[in-house]
Design a binder for this molecule. Structure first.
Ligand code: 9Z3
Length: 325
């Protein structure tokens, strides 16, 4: 829940908070490698695709960010998210012809792995004799499909996976991705399903070593993570089609909060979801309408992301026809 939603922060204060966040964040360890991968991926997907027009590229964010409590981190605050929404959506975007930059929390659900058991290596395989391992008959279809689809997406250059753990890594990487995607214009999309921390301990005031329990109760000040959505819309990638998510546990305030986020951050769509029903229903809020999207229960194994991505792709197409609407 975002406690700042009702309060107006002056633009200069927000700019200063964002500047201070990035200046004090520990630099990414593999920043050059990420830049190189992004340049290559976006360069390749900027070329006209089979139908002669530029390929659409979406950045899907997935999983929760952590907030370290110590620089040599032993403890951290976590954000709930299994990464299922982001992983499933990535598969549907690829099926719809998009190239996907999948910015995900290490260890969360991965595209093409949803139909596999939790520990595929131990559960899908069996040792037949000293020298041979094979896939169990009962899992063979699921394993074949996962491997084939995943390898095809990577081989065709349609999937770039970039992992994060902390809020510092997540926001720095999102900024890099957005700035690299700016040149794509309106075919670029952001689908921000990651659960992002609202509060953090600034690197400059963080303890270096493990906090000692012998010192008594812990008194720690967390500051607000500056909201980057508006700066993403205005400065980082102004032509991109932007979709953010609003998660609440109280359905009474959900739509109002989603509406507020739509206006305040100038999103093209906000997907409103409630924690317990999020796999069954979401409401897509735009300036003109509110569309309820349900999981089609008549189809075995179907999920809400299937219909959700169909709707989003339609709206993105309309936006490409007329980005000023
Ligand atoms: C969501 O609301 C996602 O739909 C879920 C998906 C995290 C609920 P799972 O990963 O769940 O499939 O288990 N994500 C956004 C949550 C969020 O942090 N939103 C911010 C807010 O509510 C706006 S950026 O303030």
């Amino acid at each position: 829940m975002d406690v700042t939603d009702g309060l107006e922060v002056p633009q200069e204060t927000l700019d200063a908070e964002i500047k201070s966040f990035f200046e004090s964040a520990p630099p990414l360890k593999n920043g050059d490698d990420i830049s190189e991968k992004l340049e290559e991926f976006i360069g390749r997907n900027s070329l006209p695709s089979g139908n002669g027009s530029a390929r659409r590229v979406v950045c899907v964010t997935s999983g929760g960010t952590t907030v370290p409590l110590e620089r040599r981190c032993v403890r951290y605050i976590d954000n709930f998210s299994s990464g299922h929404r982001g992983a499933a959506s990535t598969e549907y975007f690829i099926e719809a012809g998009y190239a996907v930059i999948f910015l995900y929390r290490r260890g969360t659900c991965q595209p093409h792995c949803r139909s596999l058991p939790e520990d595929p290596l131990l559960e899908c395989f069996e040792v037949t004799d000293e020298r041979n391992i094979r896939v169990r008959q009962s899992d063979s279809e699921a394993v074949k499909r996962a491997i084939t689809e995943h390898h095809a997406a990577v081989a065709e250059g349609l999937l770039l996976k970039l992992p994060f753990t902390t809020i510092f890594e997540y926001l720095q990487m999102l900024q890099m991705i957005a700035i690299s995607m700016r040149s794509l214009g309106a075919p670029a999309m952001f689908y921000l399903a990651a659960a992002v921390s609202d509060f953090y301990v600034p690197w400059t005031s963080m303890a270096e070593h493990k906090i000692q329990s012998a010192s008594g109760p812990l008194d720690m000040r967390l500051v607000q993570v500056p909201k980057m959505l508006l700066v993403l819309r205005k400065d980082w990638a102004p032509m991109a089609f932007c979709i953010s998510f609003k998660l609440e546990t109280d359905t009474k305030i959900l739509l109002e909060k989603a509406d507020m986020a739509l206006k305040k951050y100038k999103m093209h769509m906000v997907v409103a979801n409630e924690l317990l029903s999020r796999k069954e229903e979401v409401v897509v809020v735009t300036t003109n309408d509110k569309v309820s999207v349900h999981r089609d229960k008549t189809q075995v194994g179907n999920d809400v992301e299937n219909s959700l991505i169909r709707l989003i792709v339609e709206r993105h197409s309309a936006y490409l026809e007329n980005p000023n609407l």
